[in-house]
Design a protein around this ligand. Sequence first.
Ligand SMILES: [Zn+2]
Length: 379
Amino acid sequence: MKELRVPVTERRRITRNRIYNLIYESRLPLSKLEISQTLGLSLPTVYQNITELLNAGLIEVGQVQRSRGGRRPVGYSVVSNVKFAVGISITAGKLRFLASDLKLKELAYKNIAIESFESEDIGKQVAKELEKFLDANRLHRNRMLGVGITMPAVMDEEKDEVKLSPTLRMHNISLSTIREPIPYTTHIENDGNSGGFAEWFESRHTVGSNIAYLYLENGVGGTVFINGAQYFGENKRSGEFGHMCVEPNGLLCNCGKRGCLEAYCSALRISKKLGITVEEFFNELKKGNNVDYQVLWQDVLEHLAIGINNIHVMLDCDIILGGFLSQYLEPYMPELKRLVAEKDTFEDNADYVKLCRYPHRADMMGVAWYYIKDYIEKI
Ligand SMILES: [Zn+2]
């Protein structure tokens, strides 16, 4: 396989990229004529670029398309396994690995229980398990775009450190101690940012260009997309919805303050308070005969509705509920929407509150897909 020729001009590269992306986004193989007509490019220009992309192994001849009579035109598809990216999630007691190809298909997944993390050794543990993961799944390192690591942590970009991760019990841990033992391009990102990115990237052509993503796990986080771009804020803390106050002087939060959304609506509130798993809680709740569970859940919903209404007041856009807690929410959406609508000054329904597509693994997908987005934009 030849590498793509360095284009003579940026203009030529942009043309090639438009062609590649059109083929990438198409569900069916596209013919040269379709590409020419859709992009308003001459057939010789399309022909030349298709040849370059074929020679570089980035596209291939797809199935022959049906046409009415005459010769059937040849269609082209992208070769999705030319490159892949790895997403790694570090959460309390768990290390998870996922590999994704260029078309966002999951190539491999692994989940390992970890007894306890010593902050200084996390990087080494991840590096060791990553090599095993790549070997076991025959993922060739020369095709790997990069390794993304996601953690439930507030990062400090400037100091390059984990400022705070209550669930991982980390405080001011340098990110280089995690990155350095890994011999590949590595990017570390907050889990809510990554999860929201997965949700947005996969459905970027169907959802609006503005969304807020509320990530409900053992912690509560989130992220915001404005005009089709992820907004990180001045300190990369935009969308840290978990630490929005929803009850002055209320329950103590992991961050040390009182009344945060996280203190009321995290999965940990349920499992810690009751000493059971979240799954057990929802199974019991469904049966409808445990009053204590019902009271607790109503309180979670009430505070969740306050948080959602606050986000909506500020951003006026769809609010996607993600994280593993979201998989249990469907039966309670009418009640949640009713509670949100009750607080809404401007609208009498809350249909802008939606459930995510990926209640599991979104953090790993997203942190891997940052590399894929970057790659397909630069071809
Ligand atoms: Zn807090």
